[in-house]
Design a protein around this ligand. Structure first.
Ligand code: AMP
Length: 504
């Protein structure tokens, strides 16, 4: 028996001397180095007592060592549990108490604050800093560069990723070896990744996008990546000429468009730009293709499911849509209450089923059961429809749906209408309590640099575009919309800030 995920990564290495990862400073890690380094981390972990099925919780900066730790954890048969670097010690305490890892790895600067948390669950506390140094890298450095991978089956866990938890407690999504492997296999084919690809990697690696989509696809394709610690506009502009592909959140692309140096010439050699994790506006899609000649390929997925849909590699990449269900992934649009499929073109909740879909929430069997239908479809919580060309369109999270005077309002529809107004950079539409209608629409708008709009002007522009009940009852202007590190607009925070905006 082999280690399901790592055996496949290993079997796909055609040329061990080829570069797998390169940092901006020019440090190169070949596939052979990757095997040796990840073996050292696997040895370091087993030396600390880590056994198959144990969790290894990790809150560290993005470094090649952190990635080797991910692979070493998988090889040791353990479960990788990455944590957002922005989480406070109090938040980490919740995750660690819930997941009870055998090892907790943190930045040396957080060691004192987290010692008691680690002690409480009997986790060994280790460090790794932003330059890849720390007690764990020392242990790894002294360990053997060979490791016999611990046997793991396809449905054994490889990772637990806590969802961002915008409502209630954050839940640990359990991902199996085959959840990750099947998705990487599919995406390599669908997006035509090969050993010739050089992926510009500027995403965080505590999230499914940078950790699994970007890294596993590169590993499975035998390609290489230019590995940046974070999205830095100047560094991205400098490295783009050496890349063939890039994966990003929409804000990467809007920031590139804001740079004069981002020209058609700079990216004429590029093969593919991919966007996901948050909606890419049709406006950005259009502006990007006008500027560069490249149609951004938008895809849709989530922590629990890996990737579900994608625009096609060949054929129309339709702005404002997330494309078609991926091969092997079942997708349907269902009535949120009855669970029955809605007629073609109607809005409903997106449900998916396939080898990509997670194994449930860690230690929350009831919560898990609530989110699956009897026939195994997972209820994503995203509302969407299938358009006339068969492309999936997302209209928002079901929690963000606004019900005003008994009518459903999908924020995405109102946002699209607002974004078309001259001078608007971006918008977020939320529902807040309204004394007569239950909820009313509030529009939060950021204007383009040098533009100014008034509430009356916005409302006048929307008058003939949207039914009256969908029109904002209040318009608020901000310099920029609040977003998390993955570029998602923080609607929960906006609802809280403006909860009294329509009172009285
Ligand atoms: P996460 O689990 O952090 O990856 O967040 C997943 C959620 O991000 C999904 O359930 C969607 O609400 C949203 N999302 C991901 N990709 C897209 C996309 N291309 N367009 C719109 N929303 C997206």
């Amino acid at each position: 028996m082999s280690n399901h995920l790592f055996a496949e990564i290993r079997s796909r290495i055609a040329d061990p001397s080829k570069t797998f990862l390169e940092t901006e400073a020019g440090r190169a890690i070949s596939f052979a180095d990757m095997l040796a380094l990840s073996a050292q981390y696997a040895n370091a972990l087993t030396g600390l007592g880590v056994q198959a099925g144990d969790r290894v919780a990790v809150q560290v900066e993005k470094t090649p060592e952190a990635l080797m730790l991910y692979l070493g954890t998988v090889r040791a048969g353990a479960v990788f549990l990455p944590l957002n670097t922005a989480y406070t010690a109090a938040e980490i305490d919740y995750f660690v108490s819930d997941a009870e890892p055998a090892v907790l790895v943190c930045d040396p600067g957080k060691q004192d604050a987290l010692q008691a948390t680690a002690d409480k669950v009997g986790a060994k506390l280790q460090t790794l800093d932003a330059s890849g140094q720390g007690s764990l890298s020392t242990l790894a450095g002294n360990a053997a560069a060979e490791f016999e991978d611990v046997a793991r089956l396809d449905d054994d866990l490889a990772a637990i990723l806590y969802t961002s938890g915008t409502t209630g407690r954050s839940k640990g999504a359990m991902l199996s070896h085959e959840n990750l492997a099947s998705n990487a296999r599919t995406l390599v084919e669908y997006w035509r990744f090969t050993a010739d690809d050089v992926l510009l990697h500027a995403l965080p690696i505590f999230h499914t996008h940078g950790l699994f989509v970007a890294t596993n696809v590169t590993l499975f394709a035998g390609g290489s990546m230019l590995f940046l610690p974070k999205f830095d506009l100047d560094a991205v502009l400098r490295l783009l000429p050496r890349a063939s592909s890039m994966m990003g959140v929409p804000t990467f692309y809007t920031r590139l468009l804001g740079a004069e140096a981002f020209t058609r010439d700079l990216v004429k050699h590029m093969r593919l730009f991919i966007s996901g994790s948050a909606p890419l506006s049709a406006e950005t899609h259009k502006e990007f293709s006008e500027r560069t000649g490249h149609a951004i390929l938008e895809r849709y997925g989530m922590t629990e499911t890996n990737m579900n849909t994608s625009n096609p590699y060949e054929g129309e990449r339709r702005a404002g849509t997330v494309g078609h269900h991926l091969p092997g992934v079942g997708l349907r649009i269902a009535d949120p209450v009855t669970g029955r499929e809605v007629p073609d073109g109607d809005v409903g909740i997106i449900e998916v089923k396939g080898p990509n879909v997670f194994q449930g929430y860690w230690r929350m069997p009831e919560k898990t059961a609530e989110e699956f239908r009897a026939d195994g479809f997972f209820i994503t919580g995203d509302m969407g429809r299938i358009d006339e060309k068969g492309y999936v369109q997302i209209v928002g999270r079901s929690k963000d749906l606004i019900i005003s005077g008994g009518f459903n309002i999908y924020p995405a529809e109102v946002e699209t209408a607002i974004d078309e107004i001259q001078g608007v950079a971006e918008s977020a539409v939320i529902g807040v309590p309204h004394p007569d209608f239950g909820e009313g629409v509030v529009a939060v708008i950021a204007c383009r640099a040098g533009s100014a709009l008034s509430e009356d002007e916005v409302i006048a522009e929307l008058k003939d575009k949207l039914a009256r009940f969908k029109q904002p009852k209040k318009v608020v202007f901000l310099d920029a919309l609040p977003r998390n590190t993955m570029g998602k607009i923080q609607k929960v925070a906006l609802r809280e800030t403006y909860k009294d905006a329509l009172a009285g």
